[in-house]
Design a protein around this ligand. Structure first.
Ligand SMILES: *Cc1c(COP(=O)(O)O)cnc(C)c1O
Length: 495
């Protein structure tokens, strides 16, 4: 299967090339030229499979140049239980009602859903480097709103032929998230705080990628830049797996019959997770609606309602920081999938660049609304939802999951929709102890990592081992820079 760019569909790339490059030189995102179909028999055959086997089946359909043996090896290592994930199902489903299911994507080494892709990406990337004959060291640059950075560091630490540098917004991540990053171990890792918000960090990384002079300079030193942000196709692909796998699992458990429609409700930031759900739907998984849930940064809610994407609005720092995003990069792939026109996508992206705003065609808006529903939820309602769901069924949600849950409940109340719905649970509540404790009515909170014990005591749940293990770890990284200095940080690190 060949890959193309959303901004120029005339050139073809192999999957390995797309994964190695990350972002196309024309500024567009890579995507497969066609979407492979899963027949009803394919889906049925997956009912009896493990998560790892389902991963091979889905990924193989997109990766001709990889053998099944290769992919099986990567899946076994990336989703090893125990070792990497702490639940035999890899992505366990917790049901609070026969039509309400929480898909827990946070049982990996960093306790957020980013592990689903970032445990797999290093295998895909290093194999792709071999397949394309690249001999330079890949320097992975990551801008993070908190979870990606740690997951990428953990995925790439000490992987031969790679360096990894993570930039996070200085005041935009939780204390636990920051601690997870600045204590990162490994000989090929760098972590740096940026003054500003996530968009500043992401814009800084994009600027570095488009700096041809810097690229040439680094090439002379034996490095090339690559991305582990969700703009890399190697990030999106492993995420398609859990949408397909969840359907097979719900059939296996008897919650649904093969062929029944289900909805997914996804807490959304960069639009990477929910885009993977849309791919699963296009492959043939019986998904009716994808609910796009936002926090107070509700640029996507407005977009799905009106067709107008407008990032000219105040940026809110919320208690669901991984969704504090005003430019949802992966939306560009959806625009291409729905229009099939690189010229149309180029036009929208040029407007976004110049004015921070674009309006899609009526035809495009209809197609979006056929597939996606949307809603948003502010911090107050997020907090209330965590308290309520815990007091009713002792189920403990993190802040991001609580945004999605609230949006799903709003949708049900407004429409009476009785379709079984999977709320995609993207982080362990222990990653956001302070907000979760506040939601449980605990005002007097302990500092530092002691707060993990406090949430464990109050909730009666154990903190995941990777977080409990933060106690006593040395802080290795303290650098803070302005966004204009990010290129210099890269220059200085790669000598
Ligand atoms: C990254 C992240 C999100 C948003 O996912 P996108 O793919 O960026 O839409 C939601 N919740 C958590 C906990 C995350 O880490």
């Amino acid at each position: 299967m060949q890959y193309i760019s959303t901004r120029d569909s005339s050139r073809r790339y192999s999957a390995a090339q797309a994964i190695v490059q990350g972002l196309s030189r024309d500024g567009g995102l890579f995507l497969p030229e066609t979407i492979p179909a899963l027949t009803a028999e394919d889906l049925q055959s997956m009912v009896g499979m493990t998560y790892q086997q389902r991963a091979v089946k889905v990924m193989k359909a997109y990766l001709d140049e990889f053998t099944e043996e290769e992919l099986a090896e990567y899946a076994a290592k990336a989703y090893a239980v125990p070792g990497k994930f702490d639940d035999a199902a890899v992505t366990p489903i917790h049901s609070t009602h026969h039509k309400t299911h929480f898909l827990e994507l946070w049982h990996g080494p960093t306790c957020a859903f980013k592990d689903m892709a970032l445990q797999m990406l290093p295998y895909l990337l290093t194999a792709s480097l071999r397949k394309t004959g690249e001999e330079k060291t890949a320097c992975i640059l990551v801008a993070t709103s908190g979870d990606t950075g740690k997951a990428a560091l953990e995925g790439f630490r000490d992987v031969d032929g790679t360096r990894i540098m993570v930039f996070y917004p200085k005041d935009g991540v939780s204390e636990i998230q920051q601690l997870q990053m600045v204590t990162q171990e490994g000989s090929n890792v760098d972590v740096c705080a940026v003054v500003g918000n996530f968009d500043d960090a992401q814009t800084g990384v994009k600027t570095i990628f488009s700096d041809e002079a810097l690229r040439a300079e680094l090439a002379g030193r034996g490095y090339f830049l690559s991305s582990a942000n969700s703009i890399n196709w190697g990030r999106v692909l492993p995420q398609i797996v859990y949408y397909v796998a969840t359907y097979a699992e719900l059939v296996k458990r008897g919650d649904i019959q093969m062929g029944d429609q289900i909805n997914f409700c996804v807490p959304t930031g960069n639009f990477g997770n929910i885009l993977a759900g849309y791919y699963a739907k296009r492959m043939g998984v019986p998904i009716d609606k994808l609910l796009c849930a936002s926090n107070a940064n509700n640029v996507l809610t407005d977009f799905i309602r009106t067709g107008i994407y407008d990032r000219n609005r105040p940026f809110h720092t919320t208690i669901s920081p991984s969704m504090d995003i005003l430019i949802s990069s992966n939306l560009e792939r959806l625009l291409y999938l729905l229009s099939g026109s690189d010229a149309e996508v180029r036009g929208y992206m040029e407007q976004l660049n110049k004015t921070g705003r674009y309006e899609v065609s009526k035809d495009m808006l209809e197609k979006i609304q056929d597939n996606f529903l949307c809603g948003f939820c502010d911090d107050e309602r997020t907090t209330n939802a965590i308290g309520k769901v815990f007091s009713h069924g002792k189920y403990l949600m993190d802040t991001h999951t609580a945004v999605a849950y609230t949006v799903m409940m709003d949708h049900r109340a407004a429409t009476g929709d009785a379709t079984p719905t999977v709320v995609v649970s993207t982080a362990s509540p222990f990653k956001f102890c302070d907000s979760v404790l506040t939601a449980l009515g605990v005002q007097d909170q302990r500092g530092g990592v002691e707060i993990l014990d406090q949430l464990a005591e109050v909730s009666g749940k154990a903190a995941p081992a990777p977080l409990a293990g933060l106690k006593g770890k040395a802080r290795r990284f303290a650098q803070v820079v302005e966004k204009q200095q990010m290129a210099d940080v890269v220059r200085e690190a790669l000598v």
